[in-house]
Design a protein around this ligand. Structure first.
Ligand code: PEP
Length: 252
C-alpha cells in the first residue's frame, strides 16, 4: 500500500553507543510528537542493527540496513547476508545507493540479486536510482533513470514490485546542500510513476511509495512533501540529528 515514508540513512557514521543514543532520541520524539501516519525507518550500519532494533518501539520505528550481500551465504568474507539482517529484527534494506554504485561498482546484475534475496526473506527493499550532474546538465536524466529501473525493479512481477519502495536521489544533490528544486523532484517522481503505470498498470503505480532524496532538510521537506508524487524522503545528513529528523517526519 502506498505509504508516506521518511527513512534515515546514517551512512558510515556513529559508534554503536552513539547510534543507540540517536535511535532512542528519535524514538522518544516520534512517539511523543511524530506524525502518526508517517512510516519511520532508521538506516543504520550493520554493526548497529540489533542494538537499534532493541532500543526502539518496533510498532513505530522500522530499522534498515544500508546494503546486503548479493549471495545468500557462504565463503564471502566480510559480507552480511539478508537472512543475517533479518535475524537482527531489521525489516528494510537500502539497495543501490549511488555511493555503493559509484565506490563499490555495484551493477544492475548485482542489485537484482540483492533485490531477489531481500524480497525472498520478506524484507522491504528501498531501491535507489538517480543521475549524476553531467547527465542532468545534458538533459538525459529521464532516459538514465528509466534504464536503471528497466534493468532492475521493472523486471519484477507486479506482486513483487508492489513490495518495493523506490527512492529517486539525484547524485548532484546528495550531501551537497544543493536540493533538486521541488519541480525537478516532482517531475521525476511523476515520470517514474508514469513508467510504472505504462509497464504495469495505473493501479500499481498508485500503490507504490516513491521517495525523494538529496539534501532534504527541515527547511525544504515541507515544500517537497506537498507534491502529489512525493511520498516522503530518504534522508542522509539531516537524519543524524533527532530534532531535524523529527521536523522532516512532521513536514507533511
Ligand atoms: C542519501 O545519502 O541518501 C542522502 C539523501 O543524503 P543527504 O540527505 O545528506 O543529501
Amino acid at each position: 500500500m502506498r505509504k508516506k515514508i521518511v527513512a534515515g540513512n546514517w551512512k558510515c557514521n556513529t559508534t554503536v553507543k552513539e547510534g543507540v543514543e540517536l535511535a532512542k532520541s528519535v524514538n522518544e520524539l516520534v512517539l511523543t510528537k511524530g506524525a502518526k501516519d508517517v512510516v519511520v525507518v532508521l538506516g543504520t550500519p550493520f554493526t548497529h542493527l540489533t542494538s537499534v532494533v532493541d532500543a526502539v518501539d518496533a510498532n513505530r520505528i522500522n530499522v534498515a540496513s544500508q546494503n546486503c550481500a548479493a549471495e545468500p551465504k557462504g565463503a564471502f568474507t566480510g559480507e552480511v547476508s539478508v537472512s543475517m539482517i533479518k535475524s537482527t529484527g531489521a525489516t528494510y534494506v537500502i539497495i543501490g545507493h549511488s555511493e555503493r554504485r559509484e565506490y563499490y561498482h555495484e551493477t544492475s546484475e548485482t542489485l537484482n540479486k540483492k533485490l531477489a534475496l531481500t524480497l525472498e526473506q520478506g524484507l522491504t527493499p528501498i531501491y535507489c536510482c538517480g543521475e549524476a550532474l553531467a547527465i542532468r546538465e545534458a538533459g538525459t536524466q529521464n532516459a538514465f533513470v528509466k534504464k536503471q529501473l528497466d534493468e532492475t525493479v521493472f523486471l519484477l512481477p507486479k506482486e513483487q514490485l508492489l513490495k518495493v519502495v523506490i527512492a529517486y536521489e539525484p547524485i548532484w544533490a546528495i550531501g551537497t546542500g544543493k536540493t533538486a528544486s521541488t519541480q525537478q523532484a516532482q517531475d521525476m517522481l511523476a515520470y517514474i510513476r508514469g513508467l510504472i503505470a505504462a509497464k504495469y498498470s495505473k493501479e500499481v503505480a498508485a500503490e507504490i511509495s516513491i521517495l525523494y532524496g538529496g539534501s532534504c532538510s527541515a527547511s525544504n521537506a515541507n515544500e517537497l512533501f506537498s507534491q502529489p508524487d512525493i511520498d516522503g524522503g530518504l534522508i542522509g545528513g539531516a537524519s543524524l540529528k533527532a530534532a531535524d529528523f523529527l521536523s522532516i517526519i512532521n513536514a507533511y
